[in-house]
Design a binder for this molecule. Structure first.
Ligand code: HEM
Length: 447
């Protein structure tokens, strides 16, 4: 299987080279429209948003873990979830970088000078990052935290299997999946309960006694909006799923590519030195990170070549039409009957030569300073964070988190070296796409 060989995405890209930018594929009589056409993706995600939904293909496999959270529901349920979460990504929240520094210090201390850093999704304890933000953590958190991570990873693997089984998802429900979910829900429920206790104590205090300058805590903030423990649990787990492996995988690919492109690494190092100096020399802020142009280009180029969510899909909820892909020249509209899945391939779109040029398969951050053929595609040709009403809520947060991490690692380590002998790239495609094989093997040198 291509999934096991870790080159599924290249197989898809080859299909597009053979059949054109939009084609139909049939499995057991079930037809799916597969596209890497920016205008079709724009229709699905934005201009004809109401014609498409996530459909049962996501709710059925994912709901045992994620409940009715933002990733599993459509329509009014999704609107409620989005309205609950959206204010949490306000600028004032995502510009607080102090929390991040604390965890980066811990992480950087774990990297011995001259020895390998293995950057795998799995080794990033983002859970601790999210949940330890809660005040008065439990004493047994140290042992429960890693167990949570183990169960959360295992549960995600089962979700992927369930997703591939489509309508038969419920046939895959093994004992260890049920156990993992039980543990995860119990674990999260304790934090939810604590946040609810804080909320009810705060409700009892008169306004004049309520503290106004306390540190922002995500769960406590949403507990001010709803006191339903299941909604809070679902929200927390959906955000954890959204924010953990995605950002970790982006960072993994950044370092994977940098150690293989020394000239880019040197240029980035010089730029970081110029903008931020040595550790602690100049403040690193949301604005200064955004203004560091070459850093932005490196991140964009990484997400172009290795988008964290390289394949995605929607289901037509009414009979509808996509603008391109029909007729002998594929320039006519395509009829999409109600119930048909449309799979849109971000990875393959990000490598179209008619959009990105003949070097579309090369890592070249400088291209972001050049003009490209975007007008014809309505700026829907670069979509690492999706688009339209369901655009990623955490985009700015993720970019800030990733940029900050890169700057701090560059400041701490003076040289990086590739420690991987295998020259073939492997993509580990589960719910997100991370570097496959043994992960990102990099040696970091302090001097
Ligand atoms: C590099 C990092 C990230 C990437 C590439 C990314 C990408 C995406 C993509 C492609 C979607 C659309 C999924 C779909 O509709 O099928 C999405 C949705 C979402 N993302 Fe992100 N994401 C990242 C980080 C984050 C972070 C850090 C958070 C929050 C802490 C977050 C929160 C969300 C949420 C809540 C949604 C659901 C939006 C909705 O359905 O209305 N993401 N993200």
């Amino acid at each position: 299987m291509q999934v096991k060989r870790q080159n599924l995405l290249e197989e898809y890209r080859e299909n597009f080279e053979e059949y054109g930018h939009t084609y139909a594929s049939s499995v057991l009589g079930d037809t799916t429209i597969v596209t890497r056409e920016p205008l079709n993706i724009q229709a699905v995600l934005a201009t004809q948003f109401k014609d498409f939904g996530l459909g049962p293909r996501k709710h059925k496999p994912f709901s045992p873990l994620l409940g009715d959270g933002i990733f599993t529901v459509d329509g009014p349920g999704w609107e409620v979830s989005r309205a609950l979460l959206r204010p949490q990504f306000a600028r004032s929240q995502i510009t607080q970088l102090e929390n991040l520094e604390e965890h980066l210090q811990t992480m950087m201390e774990c990297i011995p000078n001259g020895e390998g850093l293995t950057w795998r999704n799995r080794s990033c304890n983002s859970l601790k990052h999210r949940l330890s933000a809660l005040r008065n953590g439990e004493n047994d958190e140290e042992t429960l935290g890693p167990r949570f991570t183990k169960y959360f990873n295992a549960a995600q693997d089962h979700l992927v299997t369930r997703f591939f089984l489509r309508d038969l998802a419920n046939l895959h429900n093994p004992k260890d999946f049920k156990e993992a979910i039980q543990f995860i829900h119990n674990f999260v429920d304790r934090y939810v309960q604590k946040a609810l206790d804080i909320q009810s104590q705060s409700d009892r205090k008169p306004n004049s006694e309520k503290p106004t300058t306390e540190k922002y805590v995500f769960l406590e903030a949403i507990a001010q909006e709803t006191q339903d423990p299941v909604i809070l649990r679902d929200a927390l787990l959906n955000i954890l799923l959204a924010g953990r492996d995605t950002t970790a995988s982006l960072l993994g690919w950044v370092f994977y590519l940098l150690v293989r492109h020394p000239s880019v690494e040197q240029k980035l190092r010089a730029t970081i030195q110029e903008h931020f100096g040595k550790e602690g020399e100049k403040p690193i802020t949301f604005e200064s990170l955004k203004n560091c142009k070459y850093l932005v280009w490196v991140i964009n180029e990484t997400m172009r070549m290795y988008p964290t969510v390289p394949i995605n899909s929607r289901v037509a909820v009414v009979d509808t039409v996509l603008p391109l892909g029909g007729g002998p020249d594929q320039r006519s509209p395509v009829f999409v009957p109600k119930g048909t899945s449309v799979e849109y391939m971000i990875y393959a779109m990000h490598r179209r030569e008619d959009i990105w040029g003949p070097d579309a398969n090369w890592f070249r951050p400088e291209r972001w300073g050049e003009k490209r053929n975007s007008k014809e595609f309505n700026n829907f040709e670069f979509l690492p964070f999706n688009a339209g009403p369901r655009i990623c809520l955490g985009q700015q947060f993720a970019l800030t988190e990733a940029s900050y991490t890169i700057v701090r690692i560059f400041q701490r380590f003076k040289r990086f070296e590739n420690a991987e002998l295998n020259q073939f790239v492997k993509c580990n495609q589960t719910l997100t796409m991370a570097v496959g094989g043994k992960g990102v093997l990099v040696r970091c040198y302090g001097e």
